[in-house]
Design a protein around this ligand. Structure first.
Ligand code: SF4
Length: 396
């Protein structure tokens, strides 16, 4: 497994391309590609399309042409993450208020930051694995059983906006029944290089659809790619779980926009929760400092390490040529707007309405936070010192 964890790509990622070609050429392997929500509005930029062009169908076709046996949407397991995280929020509000605020855990760079600098807050982190790890876990268990595939032959390749996901996939906690959840992580740029290297004319590709059973998803799963998206998606489902009622208008405007630190309130029946959303480690630190000194407290916070969230991830296309390492605010806006437009036009906008969730819970997991769900979809964290960066108990 190739590992490096620089969310802003100030270091070049270690490539996995050669390893992925090797498994694609091995007929004994069942090779699955899963694509993160943000990729469908960013990869087109590597093929000279306007910023934020929606290319979901072409992306799926390109992956099939490269030889992947199945192409799955990570958006599906973003819905699964929300089913579990919204249940966690409800459980903490009603039974374990001492574990509030709930802190999101989808961003591995933020998780590592918390492990180093806020070890006392680790019990507050959501125990949910991130969506690509949940996808890996489900492909090697539920999917393998359902379709009669030997899990030892499955190779899960995650196409991610992010170099930190390479590190996350290699964490010792990220296994299921002895199998690594995700075997390789390719960044958006690495996938673009693979597509170009075999002469595929991306612009000219016809559209195709994701493969069953990871083919249907809510647009709540899709907006995960923008800062505030995870929290907005969780609010939609937590509202239903906590009140039994549907949210009339699922748009949660307080969660949107490129401001570095946002606050808002959500009324869940007679209980109002304060939420915070931070992107960039500096903004997370600011919010946590204010919370800890009592100046501005909150009950639930989403943190994404990259500016703008995953649409601004370190593995995304670099715009403005090689000299421009930073993705400008306009570009982030355009990419995020593209995701919110998908959400606006979607028929299914809440994770619990996704029919695949019903299938997964009926056939395998039982219910959110069940023992099986905890075994495969949840994880634990490690207190690490500031320096040297070690796990508690490790020898220096
Ligand atoms: Fe990766 Fe997204 Fe976190 Fe950036 S914000 S480090 S792209 S998960």
């Amino acid at each position: 497994q190739c590992v490096i964890a620089c969310p802003t790509a100030s270091l070049s990622e270690k490539e996995c391309i050669r390893d992925v070609w090797k498994v694609l050429n091995d007929p004994t392997k069942h090779v699955i590609a899963q694509t993160a929500p943000s990729i469908q509005v960013t990869i087109g930029e590597d093929f000279n399309m306007p910023v934020g062009t929606f290319v979901r169908g072409k992306l799926v076709t390109a992956l099939r042409r490269l030889g992947f046996n199945k192409v799955f949407a990570t958006d599906v397991t973003a819905d699964l993450t929300i089913m579990e995280e919204a249940s966690e929020l409800k459980e903490r509000v009603t039974e374990h208020p001492e574990r509030l605020p709930l802190l999101s855990s989808c961003c591995p760079a933020w998780v590592k930051f918390a492990e180093h600098f806020y070890p006392d807050l680790l019990p507050n982190l959501s125990t949910c694995k991130s969506p690509h790890e949940m996808c890996g876990a489900m492909t090697k268990t539920w999917y393998a059983q359902k379709y009669g595939i030997d899990p030892s032959t499955i190779v899960n390749v995650a196409i991610m906006p992010c170099t930190a996901k390479k590190y996350e996939a290699a964490r010792p906690e990220m296994t299921s029944d002895g199998f690594r959840n995700v075997d390789y992580v390719l960044t958006t740029r690495e996938l673009s290089r693979m597509i170009r290297s075999v002469g595929i004319d991306f612009d000219d590709l016809e559209d195709s659809k994701y493969d069953k059973p990871f083919d249907q998803f809510s647009s709540a799963g899709t907006i995960f790619g923008a800062t505030g998206g995870v929290l907005e998606a969780a609010v939609r489902t937590a509202y239903y779980f906590m009140t039994g009622d549907e949210m009339g208008v699922p748009d949660y405007e307080d969660a949107r926009g490129q401001k570095g630190l946002k606050y808002g309130n959500v009324a869940f029946g007679d209980r109002t929760l304060t939420i915070a959303i931070a992107h960039g480690a500096g903004n997370a630190k600011k919010a946590l400092t204010r919370h800890l000194n009592g100046e501005k407290t909150f009950d639930y916070m989403e943190v994404m390490a990259c500016p703008g969230g995953c649409v601004g991830g370190g593995g995304q296309p670099i715009l403005g040529g090689k000299d421009q390492k930073r993705i400008s605010l306009d570009y982030r806006h355009n990419r995020a707007d593209a995701l919110y437009n998908i959400d606006k036009g979607s028929k299914i906008r809440k994770s619990y309405e996704n029919p695949v969730m019903q299938e997964i819970y009926d056939e395998f997991l039982g219910k959110p936070l069940s023992e099986t769900a905890k075994k495969y979809l949840h994880t634990s964290y490690v207190k690490r010192g500031r320096f040297p960066y070690l796990r508690e108990g490790d020898k220096s």
